[in-house]
Design a protein around this ligand. Structure first.
Ligand SMILES: *Cc1c(COP(=O)(O)O)cnc(C)c1O
Length: 435
């Protein structure tokens, strides 16, 4: 009965004050109000565990829920759960000339810096930036086709994931979907008759990149160059944001795994009136949507009321500007996505050997990285990393920084292609601690 007696007295011992409990956890680095919440939760839920331990568990849960840098050892270069393209995480607080024209001293446009560089990069007359690829498509359709038709091949009525479905975006924009051709075969004549039959009611023809799937077998599709002969402007949603198929920012030119990927510059050269793409896929920048092409159409987009609702802030524009400047300098090494994508397997093998030797854990293994982010389905890039027996992902995720790895065939795979070289030390420390 001793235990019961002790339990009884414990309930009458005054619990530590919320404030004292919160103060005992300042070493976690969390602000006081969050520690107070953790302390309150710990007191409220009782249980046999020591109250301080319980409070620390709540505080720890808060800390783990915060946005923080993680080590991406999955080998998925554009990992949707990890924010797609890797980006700088923090910057000093500064003012910028976001909407100030420094030459005239008058109010300027937030489309005058990053967007101008993007236009230059794609050899477009003009460009604007919005919050993501989905908003780029939405804005183009709303600005150019509300109350009118937008012709799309039935083979391109895609769902990208996370709720981006072409017919639904179309509906939200107020444009009417004009379906053309069939799922597997669409010809130029199908587009031409759809446009002709609608009188003046088809505003544009939309080409949507089949980013995350392929239609194979008995197929036919219409290229941007062919569509350019139609009487309506062609909008190419290339999605993935490859700027130039020739990849002049890479010393060795385009990698083989990029073959067939549509690019902004070539789509415009082929006659697209506008291209739209994401900032954080193959472009390698922050989450953003880019609309580039004919100046009159870009202006129509910029003037639409939705443009205000979809406009990005200076953080995003500044990050995009940095990436655009790196492209213009042809410095692919300065763009983290392209630096990682072009690493030689032999160099990754050397790093994998060092990680295994220093940690005494796992073994060096060949593996395959993937571009990810809903781009280039089925594409693999030869890589090297460390393989561990069993599923070790929870333990790897529990450290700081968290290390995110992949499990397959009963093993854990840490692909070093997506790990920044400075983070190898974290991988090694984590491997050591697995014991
Ligand atoms: C990814 C993608 C989108 C959506 O872009 P987000 O930046 O994810 O909003 C739209 N269209 C295509 C073809 C895409 O690949």
């Amino acid at each position: 009965m001793t235990a019961g007696y002790e339990g009884h007295t414990l309930r009458h011992v005054r619990p530590p004050s919320v404030d004292a409990l919160a103060r005992s956890m300042t070493d976690t680095g969390l602000p006081h109000p969050l520690l107070v919440d953790a302390a309150r939760s710990a007191i409220a839920d009782g249980g046999s565990e020591d109250i301080e331990e319980r409070a620390r568990r709540y505080a720890h849960a808060w800390a783990r829920a915060l946005l923080q840098p993680v080590v991406n050892a999955t080998g998925v270069l554009l990992h949707t759960n990890l924010g797609r393209a890797p980006m700088a995480f923090a910057a000093d607080a500064v003012y910028s000339n976001l909407e100030l024209d420094l030459s005239s001293g008058r109010r300027g446009s937030r489309h005058a810096h990053a967007a101008r560089l993007l236009a230059r990069l794609c050899e477009a007359e003009d460009a604007i930036v919005v919050n993501n690829g989905a908003s780029a498509v939405l804005l183009v359709l709303a600005a150019l086709a509300t109350g009118r038709g937008a012709a799309v091949s039935r083979g391109e009525l895609v769902e990208i994931g996370g709720g981006f479905r072409v017919p639904e975006v179309m509906e939200q924009s107020g444009a009417q979907l004009v379906e053309v051709g069939t799922t597997n075969r669409t010809r130029l004549a199908d587009f031409a008759s759809a446009v002709e039959n609608s009188g003046n009611d088809t505003a544009l023809a939309l080409k949507v990149h089949q980013s995350n799937y392929r239609i194979v077998g008995f197929t036919a599709h219409v290229t941007v160059a062919e569509m350019a002969s139609l009487d309506v402007p062609v909008v190419a949603d290339i999605g993935s944001g490859l700027v130039d198929a020739a990849c002049p920012w890479l010393d060795d030119g385009p990698p083989v795994w990029l073959a067939g990927e549509p690019a902004a510059r070539q789509s415009l050269a082929d006659g697209a009136a506008l291209v739209t793409f994401s900032g954080d896929k193959l472009f390698g920048g922050p989450q953003a949507g880019i609309i580039a092409g004919r100046a009159d159409l870009v202006r129509q987009c910029a003037r639409h009321p939705l443009a205000r609702a979809l406009r990005p802030g200076s953080l995003v524009l500044n990050a995009l500007q940095q990436v655009a400047l790196a492209y213009l300098r042809r410095d692919g090494q300065a763009i983290e996505f392209w630096r990682m994508a072009s690493l030689a397997p032999a160099d990754l093998q050397v790093r994998a050997h060092a990680a295994v030797a220093e940690s005494g854990a796992g073994e060096v293994a060949e593996m395959a990285s993937v571009p990810g982010g809903g781009t280039l389905p089925g594409t693999e890039i030869d890589s090297f990393g460390v393989m561990l027996d069993g599923d070790q992902t929870a333990a790897l995720r529990a450290g700081t920084p968290a290390i995110v790895a992949r499990v397959s065939e009963g093993c854990t795979w840490l692909d070093l292609r997506t790990v920044a070289p400075d983070d190898d030390q974290h991988v090694i420390a984590a491997l050591k601690s697995l014991g």
